[in-house]
Design a protein around this ligand. Structure first.
Ligand SMILES: C[S@@+](CC[C@H](N)C(=O)[O-])C[C@H]1O[C@@H](n2cnc3c(N)ncnc32)[C@H](O)[C@@H]1O
Length: 751
């Protein structure tokens, strides 16, 4: 072979080598192909090319002889020439590249066409059995490979119809023969070997015939039931994303063309036109995705698992739908991004490629094993701007990822969109737990990152409960103001499936990607943007952010995480859960210990209070009653809050968890009260913060009413505390013992 500046397509070279081996050394094409240890990914295409070359070998020899090409072109490798000529004359009738051997063969095309050859055997498309076997891949690959420029030899729908008819035909033959065989067979056996009377003989014969009929019907129904899954599976194209940190898209296109693929442009029209076009892609074609320009689309049968570029992590096998969140998040280079549920890292690495490693990505994953996979994938793809964090995202505290501007939230979900069967079933309880956790995640994303301006929430579920409902519930009740962007507008009208209006207009602004119409896995996504109007009040201070800050100051994230744990328990990762449960238990034990200490202090107080004057006792009573009332009210508020958080959970188990959460909250309350009493300084500031915190929890609708009510409550509490504070401050000033019983202090004051 001589050297050429433009590379000969690899599939030609491999085919030529194998044809040469078969002709000179003998052996099976299949064995040679699989033994060759070459990492090509189009085995079926190469196999077809080889068998075609062998089949037409005699004709090609005649062409070469008649034109004298091999003597006129001494540098042309005869085996490669054979393969290329076969493709040009008997195959696709065109050549993909412009390498020297291809150019040479092309220059002989006219001469070849003048050479008389015996007529080519024509296969009838109408031949029923041919179509059947063709569809079932039972014909030799050479025959299978027949694909013209116009597309496959037999259109897909014709293949399917033929297959269905053939199956029906076979079943009907079985129905009309096998029951008779059963009937007469059984009758014969009984009359010959078992002496029973005529009636019983007839009964057994009929029964056996009926059993056979029913078995055939059952088999037919069973096959039809599984047919749908198979069908949906084969229709989805193969999507490949280019890791643009390691390979440019133009180099990728070049590499595909080198392999003999033909680039088809499908993106100039509407999205619907594109969808039609990609359904017609043959095994020889590829095209660019309509939306994600670093993604390419191939025929569903295309295999990449042995392909060099895939093994070098320059190509990532990723479904188109799962690439949409990054496409719609669209962070500019240099931005800071948080991926809250990162493993195995598809979106993380896509993000790194999207921003060309210019910026910072926090990739958080809770599960240890999956975290390792994430780290491995991040390293292999050279996603250098990624900082991996083995953490629970819900535990991320202030100061850790405060600079995050863009958030990808792709939490655990039922995965209903990934399953091919339409008979998806997820238990109500599991669904309720998932949605509860998904809401927690979204709330956390919206409220805990002061610089966050855009969030993309996504799931691979087709259940609205995990999708539109989560968005609508959380956005409506959010204390940070976010709006749901209209995905249809973002995609300039080029999309067809959206969320339902069942959960308000917000739902219709979200996107669904569906296997049957978008030719992807089932997927959902919503794009949220912080509403700048709600952000900057007239004085220029960032109201929302400051609310969040205040809230964070008062309420450590730890508290959140405890509440969340109840909801997130039962989800994956047993070990992590065990660990969390342990932590929870020790926290509770700690709380109990602190409470018991607190109680002894209280008991002490009561004992001392007994010895006080009547006035003081009365005052004390009043104080206690007031504080009891306010406690009751507080408790009720908290219960309401809690009920709101898990309001749709319809199950006994979940009721238990509500009880548990209530108890936990109660315990925490008591603890907080003790702490509050201990704080002698900054009481007013803290109260302000408390107020801000509580106000910020109130759902939008009743905000004003509840604020007034809460303010009143707080005023009452303020007065109550002021009395305490005054007494305490004297004490603190004198001996710093803030834990001294109030009554004792009051008494000393009077003195
Ligand atoms: C749907 S997968 C994410 C897929 C990923 N975004 C991708 O594109 O490759 C959800 C992941 O979130 C992780 N996860 C669940 N709860 C988490 C939590 N509280 N904090 C961090 N990661 C969590 C799960 O272990 C799982 O790996």
């Amino acid at each position: 072979m001589f050297e050429h500046s433009i590379k000969v397509p690899r599939h030609f070279k491999i085919s030529a080598n194998i044809v040469k081996k078969v002709a000179t050394e003998g052996g099976s094409v299949k064995n040679l192909l699989y033994d060759s240890k070459l990492r090509f990914f189009r085995t079926n295409v190469i196999y077809a090319l080889i068998t075609e070359t062998i089949k037409h070998s005699g004709d090609v020899d005649k062409l070469f002889e008649a034109t004298g090409i091999l003597t006129k072109e001494p540098r042309l490798d005869p085996w490669l020439a054979k393969v290329i000529a076969t493709e040009l004359i008997f195959g696709k009738k065109e050549l993909p590249g412009r390498s020297k051997p291809e150019e040479t063969i092309l220059s002989y095309k006219e001469l070849f066409e003048k050479v008389p050859l015996p007529p080519v055997e024509v296969k009838s498309e109408g031949n029923f059995l041919f179509i059947y076997f063709r569809y079932k891949n039972l014909l030799p690959a050479a025959t299978m490979a027949e694909s013209t420029e116009k597309g496959p030899l037999i259109p897909r729908h014709t293949q399917q119809a033929a297959y269905a008819l053939a199956i029906l035909f076979l079943y009907s033959i079985a129905m009309f023969t096998l029951p008779f065989v059963a009937f007469f067979g059984v009758r014969h056996i009984l009359s010959e070997y078992y002496p029973v009377d005529t009636f019983m003989r007839t009964v057994w014969s009929v029964v056996s015939a009926v059993v056979v009929v029913n078995s055939i019907i059952f088999l037919y129904a069973y096959k039809a039931y599984h047919e749908k899954e198979y069908d949906e599976h084969v229709r989805r194209p193969r999507y490949v994303r280019i890791n643009t940190n390691l390979l440019t898209t133009s180099d990728a296109i070049g590499a595909f063309q080198d392999e003999g693929y033909k680039f088809i442009r499908c993106t100039s029209g509407s999205y619907d036109d594109y969808l039609k076009q990609i359904q017609g892609l043959t095994e020889y074609d590829f095209t660019q995705d309509y939306h994600v320009k670093t993604m390419f689309v191939f025929h569903p049968n295309t295999k990449f698992h042995d392909y060099d570029l895939y093994l070098e992590n320059k190509l990532i096998l990723q479904d188109k739908a799962t690439a949409l969140p990054v496409h719609l998040l669209a962070p500019p280079q240099g931005s800071v991004i948080l991926d809250m549920c990162a493993a195995p890292g598809m979106k993380t690495t896509q993000l790194a490629a999207y921003i060309r490693n210019q910026g910072k990505i926090y990739a958080v994953e809770r599960n240890e094993q999956r975290y390792e996979t994430l780290c491995d994938f991040v390293n292999k793809t050279e996603s250098k701007c990624v900082t991996t964090m083995h953490r629970d995202s819900l535990d991320i505290k202030k100061g850790e990822c405060d600079d995050a501007e863009y958030i990808i939230l792709d939490p655990s979900c039922s995965g209903s969109g990934m399953q091919l069967s339409i008979h998806n079933y997820v238990e109500d309880v599991r669904l309720a737990r998932l949605t509860s956790l998904q809401e927690k995640f979204l709330k956390h994303a919206m409220n805990s990152f002061p610089k966050a301006k855009k969030i993309v929430y996504s799931t691979c579920s087709l259940f609205p409960q995990e999708n539109e409902r989560v968005i609508s519930n959380v956005v409506k009740s959010s204390r940070a103001k976010w709006k749901v962007l209209n995905v249809k507008e973002l995609l300039k009208g080029n999309w067809n499936n959206f969320g339902s209006g069942m959960y308000g207009e917000m739902g219709t602004r979200c996107l669904y990607s569906k296997p049957d119409s978008d030719l992807t896995t089932g997927f959902f996504l919503a794009v949220l943007e912080r509403d700048p109007k709600q952000e900057k009040p007239e004085d220029g201070t960032d109201k929302e952010t400051s609310n969040v800050k205040k809230e964070k100051k008062k309420r450590p994230v730890e508290e959140d995480s405890v509440a969340v744990e109840a909801a997130s328990a039962e989800l994956n990762d047993e070990e992590v859960l065990k660990d969390r449960k342990k932590k929870k238990r020790s926290k509770e034990e700690c709380n109990v210990q602190r409470l018991s200490n607190d109680n002894t202090i209280k008991n002490k107080k009561h004992k001392e209070a007994d010895s006080e004057t009547n006035d003081n006792v009365e005052e004390n009573k009043f104080d206690n009653e007031e504080s009891k009332k306010s406690k009751k009210k507080k408790k009720k508020d908290r219960e309401n809050d809690l009920a709101e958080e898990i309001n749709f959970v319809p199950d006994n188990n979940v009721d238990d968890s509500i009880e548990e959460q209530k108890k936990k909250k109660k315990r925490k309350n008591k603890e907080n009260e003790v702490e509050e009493r201990n704080k002698s300084k900054d009481v007013n500031t803290n109260l302000e913060n408390d107020l801000a915190e509580e106000i910020s929890f109130i759902p939008d609708n009743n905000v004003e009413d509840s604020i007034v009510e809460k303010k009143k409550k707080k005023k009452r509490k303020n007065k109550e505390n002021e009395v305490e504070e005054r007494n305490e401050s004297i004490d603190v000033n004198t001996n710093g013992d803030s834990c001294e019983p109030v009554k004792k202090k009051k008494k000393r004051n009077k003195e």
